[in-house]
Design a protein around this ligand. Sequence first.
Ligand code: FAD
Length: 268
Amino acid sequence: MWDILIIGGGPAGYSAAMTAARRKKSVALVSLPIEESAIYPSHRVENYPGLPGISGRELLERMREQTRSLGVELIEGRATAAMDMGKSFGVAIGSDFTEGKALILCTGTDRAGPIAGEREFLGRGVSYCVTCDGMFYRGKTVAVLGFTKDAETEAQLLRDMGCTVKLFTKKGSYAITGESRAEGVSFNGETTGCDGVFILRASSAGDSLLGGLAMSEGHIAVDRQQCTNLRGVFAAGDCTGEPYQLAKAAGEGNVAALSACRYLEEGA
Ligand SMILES: Cc1cc2nc3c(=O)[nH]c(=O)nc-3n(C[C@H](O)[C@H](O)[C@H](O)COP(=O)(O)OP(=O)(O)OC[C@H]3O[C@@H](n4cnc5c(N)ncnc54)[C@H](O)[C@@H]3O)c2cc1C
C-alpha cells in the first residue's frame, strides 16, 4: 500500500510526486507514456521559469528522471477506474490493481470535450476500459475511437477476445448513435453500426474515473488547497481548469502533495 497514489504523468503529476517523495512518503505514479502529455509535442516552451526554449519532450523527460531519482515508483499504463475502499483508494490499471492511502488526480484535460452521445450511452454500450468490458462483446462488433498511441494494442486485445473491431483514429466529427443504447458511430456524417464503443483518450475525465467526484464545468472542483469534495482525494493541473499552463500545473501539484501529506499526518 502506497502512502500516495498519483494518476497522470505530466507537470502536475511529477511535481506532486516530487514534493510527496521529499516529504518521505511512499509514492507511486500511474500514467500513460509522456508522449500523451499535452506539452509533449511543443517544440519550444518560452514561459517556464528558468528553462527558456526547452522542448516539451525534454521538459517531461527531465521531470520523469528527477521523479524517478527520488524513489517514486513509475507505473506505465492506463488507470481505468479508481475506487474509495474506506481507508484507502484502489486504482485499476488494466488487469493490475494498486492501492494508496491518499489519491492525487493529475489527469490533464481533453480539450475536444465529450463526443455527442458519449455521456448519454455511458454504461449502455459506451466504455473506456477494454480490460474491464471487452469480454461482454465477444462475437460482436465494437468500434474503438482510439486517440492514443496504445489504440492498436487495445484494438488487438479486443480481437483476441473474439470481437470484430472497427478502429477509428482520425480526428474529425464523431457522434455515437442509438435508441436506448449505443448502436453506431457516425464519423464525418457516415455511420458504422456496432454493438459497443470503446473510447480511448490521453486524459480521463475525473468523474469517469472516480464515482462521486464533484465537477465544475467539465473540470474537477477543488479548493485552494487542491482538495476535492472527497476526503483523501486531491487534484492538480489542467484537470482542475484554466489557465492551462505549465507553471500553474506544477504549482498545483506541489500544493496537492502538501495537502495529501497533511491529510496522512493528521491520521487520514
Ligand atoms: C500544443 C500545446 C502547447 C502548449 N504550450 C505551452 C507553453 O508553451 N507554456 C505553457 O505554460 N503551457 C503550454 N501548454 C499547456 C500545458 O501543456 C499544460 O498546461 C500542461 O501540460 C498541463 O499539465 P498536466 O500535468 O495538468 O496535464 P498533462 O501534461 O496533459 O499530463 C496528464 C498526463 O496524465 C495522463 N493520464 C490522464 N488520464 C490518465 C489515466 N486514466 N491513466 C493514466 N494516465 C492518464 C495523460 O495521458 C498525460 O500523460 C501547451 C499545450 C499544448 C496542447
